[in-house]
Design a protein around this ligand. Structure first.
Ligand SMILES: *Cc1c(COP(=O)(O)O)cnc(C)c1O
Length: 437
């Protein structure tokens, strides 16, 4: 007789009740913990549920997955690395996966980037970027206390990252503990000119250490886009006043916006860049903060106190670096590039087709990102009923789509097929028709 083993599908009620007793989920009200869907595995674009459903992952599992789930090339790379060197302290030691990944990233990042600093996730990549910028001035004995960011920004959930992000319901409990930041209005078409004037005024104060921004698209704000021309102007103002530019490409990196990095849509390039999410293809957590030779120069001294005293236990974890190298192998193939262009074309055509639909307030697509703002009577916020009912509606149809307020967006793995896209578009159109019926 077979003994029960972990290779057998877990009984759903059992896993869920154990989960409810022992686990606390992110961004989830405790009252909703019974809604967690037990999974037994995932492959390609599909999540396999314990009760036999296959859910199409239309959001790359919170913007991290590039090549589909459980990809054999990435899985093999992690396995091989685990048999050779699973982890080692990265102060005083180094290894091939970390060096190779740094070299390869520097090949595809904007040409002015010259060094790679590793951390664990998107928030830490931003924390490192902010600290790197503050200490750049500190090491030179120059006092620059201010940071400038954009309204609606999201840079992560740790304190520094929260400080440079939009003050909203998610951060309300911590406002007293966040450092002060000057926020510019979101620079879309309407406010473009006044944003540039405000930034000029701030820049002339000489007190601004850094400008931190999500290039071209603010993810968490609802896949909200702004023109490359406006960003270009902001970057030029920053450069003219010696303000360090920190591009948070945690979401936009690795091909999301039609170029490998959204910064490539501009001529002027950032001084510091933050990467995570797609970095390992979505397989393991890893963060990267890159910077220019000029930033590094402020740390080169015979003065110990000019050292960058920052590091995490798992800095440059070899397994994560191996996964990232394997993900880059896939990302840089003509096939993957072709897939990204195909998805971008399909998104653009769908956006055009539904733009005039009476239930659609606005629609936009940029690269593999598609966002649809739904017309609702309720005030639009992350918390409104519409968001929850949309999420449930799609999940009931075996689609993982997780709206941001009244914004339905798609950010699929690059291996999603045309037939799968057709299915998703059709379900969205059905929903739109139902909303006006
Ligand atoms: C998700 C995100 C972060 C935070 O990354 P985590 O890995 O979740 O800490 C930071 N910046 C942007 C633009 C993001 O989209």
């Amino acid at each position: 007789m077979n003994q029960p083993s972990d290779r057998h599908p877990v009984a759903v009620p059992d896993l869920l009740s154990r989960d409810q007793r022992a686990v606390w989920h992110p961004f989830t009200p405790l009252a909703d913990s019974h809604k967690a869907v037990p999974l037994t595995g995932a492959a390609g674009c599909y999540l396999h549920t314990a009760d036999g459903r296959q859910i199409l992952d239309c959001i790359g599992s919170w913007w991290v997955n590039l090549h589909g789930h459980s990809h054999p090339h990435i899985a093999e790379a992690i396995y091989r690395q685990a048999r050779q060197l699973e982890h080692v302290i990265f102060a005083g030691f180094t290894h091939e996966p970390a060096v190779r990944l740094a070299e390869r990233l520097l090949e595809i990042l904007p040409a002015n980037q010259s060094k790679i600093f590793y951390s664990d996730n998107g928030s830490t990549a931003v924390e490192v970027g902010l600290k790197m910028a503050f200490q750049y001035w500190h090491n030179q004995g120059i006092h620059k206390p201010k940071i400038v960011a954009l309204d609606g920004a999201y840079h992560g959930d740790t304190f520094g990252a929260m400080s440079v992000g939009e003050r909203g319901p998610f951060t309300a409990a911590f406002h007293a503990h966040l450092f002060e930041v000057a926020f510019l209005p979101f620079p879309d078409g309407a406010s473009g000119h006044s944003v540039i004037q405000s930034f000029n005024t701030l820049a002339r104060s000489g007190e601004v250490a850094a400008f931190v921004y999500e290039p071209l698209v603010q993810g968490a704000a609802g896949m909200r886009a702004y023109p490359a021309e406006v960003l270009e102007e902001l970057l030029q103002i920053a450069k003219a006043h010696g303000i360090l530019c920190i591009a948070d490409e945690v979401m936009t990196g690795f091909g999301r916006t039609g170029k490998l990095f959204a910064s490539a849509h501009c001529v002027t390039q950032p001084d510091i860049m933050c990467l995570s999410k797609g970095l390992t293809g979505g397989a393991l957590p890893l963060g990267v903060t890159s910077c220019t030779a000029e930033v590094i120069a402020a740390y080169r001294a015979n003065d110990l106190m000019k050292t960058f005293f920052h590091g995490h236990s798992f800095t440059a974890n070899p397994l994560a670096c191996a996964a990232a190298n394997a993900s880059l192998d896939l990302l840089l193939t003509p096939e993957c590039e072709g897939n990204r262009q195909r998805i971008a074309r399909r998104h653009a055509a769908f956006a055009e087709a539904v733009a005039a639909h009476p239930a659609v307030l606005a629609v936009r697509s940029l690269g593999v990102v598609l966002a649809l703002e739904i017309r609702t009577s309720a005030a639009t916020s992350y918390f409104n009923e519409v968001r929850n009912s949309l999420y449930d509606y799609f999940l009931g149809r075996d689609l993982l789509i997780r709206p941001l307020g009244n914004v339905i967006y798609l950010l699929p793995p690059y291996v999603i097929t045309d037939a799968e896209l057709d299915r998703v578009y059709a379900e969205i159109e059905t929903l739109l028709d139902q909303m006006i019926a």
